[in-house]
Each structure stands twice: as structure tokens, then as C-alpha cells.
Design a protein around this ligand. Structure first.
Ligand code: 0O2
Length: 245
């Protein structure tokens, strides 16, 4: 479905609560084609960033004999959630304003094995000379009141088109498997309707406790890995010196 059809279909739904039909009509008339082009550019930026992580993962496994990345997920924000955000932020409904103000149209989620891998990968990404950091939010050092943990970076990367280069913004969320498991469940519960207020408050407390437990589990698993690595490297040293005897 193209953007024009999409907006037509959505006109009587959620978008109408934020914007008058004449503003939406004007937006559709002016911007449906350029918006499609813009979204294609975001999709290209997602491919660029995903490839960067795949390369880092390959190289790391050559050197350290393990993969720091469990999985990579990419997503483009839906048109209606972009428009909903424009309404929530109170910024102009124009293409320029969407590009300037909405930073997470292209999103990459990198699921790592251990908390330390998150910072190693983020550092490796930011060292690349075509990557520019725009914003960093460290919800691992400073978890959200809900218990949410993740490292968020907004970066800008170039995509190379037929005759030009264009810098595009991408949001990268780094999580461990445990952080991602918690966030997915919490997200599902949050969007579940008809939960009585009392139960909802009870579940929020329970979720916060689960977030803290899973954070300490992450650290314990990381320590186990470190001790195993130390043990293996001691063993390698012993084997190496025995060969000289
Ligand atoms: P999606 O589909 O996952 O992208 P805003 O985006 O305006 O609400 P801000 O400050 O720009 O707020 O972004 P923030 O809070 O730094 O990060 C927003 C994204 O982080 C969310 O995207 C979620 O993916 C994730 N997130 C943040 N807080 C929580 C939380 O408490 N629980 C869970 N499960 N996820 C969280 P979207 O747009 O909501 O959805």
C-alpha cells in the first residue's frame, strides 16, 4: 500500500484526533511521494547499520572466539506512529520537520550476550569515521523508573545514492537477552487493556523487581564468562610453556 492510500484509510481513525482533515489532506497532497522516498532512504540507512554490526560481530568472533551479538532486529516506524509523534511533540506536519524532529524512524536493536559487549560494540560503532553520534541515553547506568534498561544511541550515517550522499538518522538500541526479554514482556503488558488499576500497580512493582533480578543475573553470568576465560587463558599459557620444555 502506498502512503497516499495509507493516509486515506487512516483519516477517520487515530490521526483525526490530532490533525484536522484539511491539514492531513494538504500533507497527503504535498508529501505522499516524497515521504515514500524518505522512508526508502531510512530503509537504506538500516541496511548500512545492520551491515556494520554484522562485520563487527564477524571480526570479534575471529579474535575472541565468541560472538558478542545474539541477534539484530531492524524496523521502520509505521507512518501512523510517525504522525502520532509529530502531534505529541507539537512540531509542524512537514517533511522537513519530520526528518529534523523524529529521530527513531529507522531503528536497529542489537541484542548482546553480556552487558560489557554492549559498551564494546557501541564504542566500536562510534569510532567509525562515517558515524556521527547525535544523542546517547544510557538506561543501563540510569534505568527508567519502570526498570527499563537499554543503551540508546541516535547516530547519523551516510547513504550513497546515484549522484549524492545523504546523512540519515538511525536509533540504535543495545540490550542483553535478559533486558530484551523483560522489555518485550513489559511492552505487551503495558499495551494490554482492561487491567484494573490496582492490579496494574501491583504488576508494575513486580516488573520492577524482575528488572532488578535480571540485571543482577546479567552481571553474574558475565562474571562466570570472565572466570571461564581466565581459566582458559591460564591453561593456554601452561600448554605453551610445556611445549618449550
Ligand atoms: P518502538 O516501537 O519500540 O520504537 P518517545 O519516543 O517520545 O516516547 P524518547 O525520549 O524519544 O521518548 O525515547 P526513549 O524513552 O528514550 O525511548 C523510546 C523507546 O525506548 C521506545 O520506543 C521503546 O522501544 C523503548 N522504551 C523506553 N522506555 C521503555 C519502557 O519503559 N518499557 C519498554 N518496554 N520499552 C521502553 P517506542 O516508540 O515506544 O516504540
Amino acid at each position: 500500500m502506498n502512503i497516499r492510500e495509507y493516509f486515506r484509510q487512516k483519516r477517520d481513525e487515530r490521526l483525526m484526533q490530532k490533525f484536522s482533515s484539511s491539514r492531513l489532506d494538504e500533507f497527503i497532497r504535498k508529501y505522499s511521494k516524497p515521504m515514500e522516498v524518505l522512508f526508502t532512504y531510512y530503509e537504506c540507512a538500516l541496511m548500512e547499520v545492520e551491515t556494520k554490526f554484522k562485520v563487527l560481530d564477524q571480526e570479534y568472533s575471529l579474535i575472541h572466539d565468541r560472538n558478542p551479538i545474539e541477534s539484530i532486529k531492524t524496523r521502520l516506524k509505521t507512518f501512523d506512529s510517525v504522525i502520532e509523534k509529530v502531534g505529541r511533540y507539537g512540531v509542524p506536519l512537514t517533511l522537513k520537520s519530520i526528518e529534523e524532529n523524529i529521530n527513531d524512524i529507522a531503528g536497529v536493536r542489537v541484542i548482546c550476550s553480556f552487558p560489557e559487549d554492549i559498551y564494546t560494540l557501541a564504542e566500536c560503532l562510534l569510532e567509525q569515521d562515517d558515524v556521527t553520534l547525535i544523542q546517547k541515553k544510557d538506561y543501563i547506568q540510569n534505568p527508567k523508573p519502570s526498570g527499563y534498561r537499554s543503551l540508546h544511541l541516535i547516530i547519523s550515517v551516510p547513504i550513497f545514492l546515484e549522484h549524492t550522499k545523504r546523512d540519515m538518522k538511525v536509533e540504535v538500541q543495545f540490550r542483553t537477552i535478559a533486558m530484551d526479554f523483560w522489555a518485550s514482556l513489559e511492552h505487551n503488558l503495558r499495551y494490554k487493556r482492561d487491567i484494573p488499576e490496582e492490579l496494574s500497580a501491583e504488576l508494575a512493582d513486580e516488573l520492577l523487581e524482575c528488572a532488578n533480578i535480571s540485571s543482577s543475573l546479567d552481571l553474574r553470568m558475565q562474571n562466570i564468562r570472565k572466570r571461564l576465560e581466565e581459566d582458559t587463558s591460564e591453561m593456554d599459557d601452561m600448554i605453551e610453556s610445556a611445549q618449550w620444555l
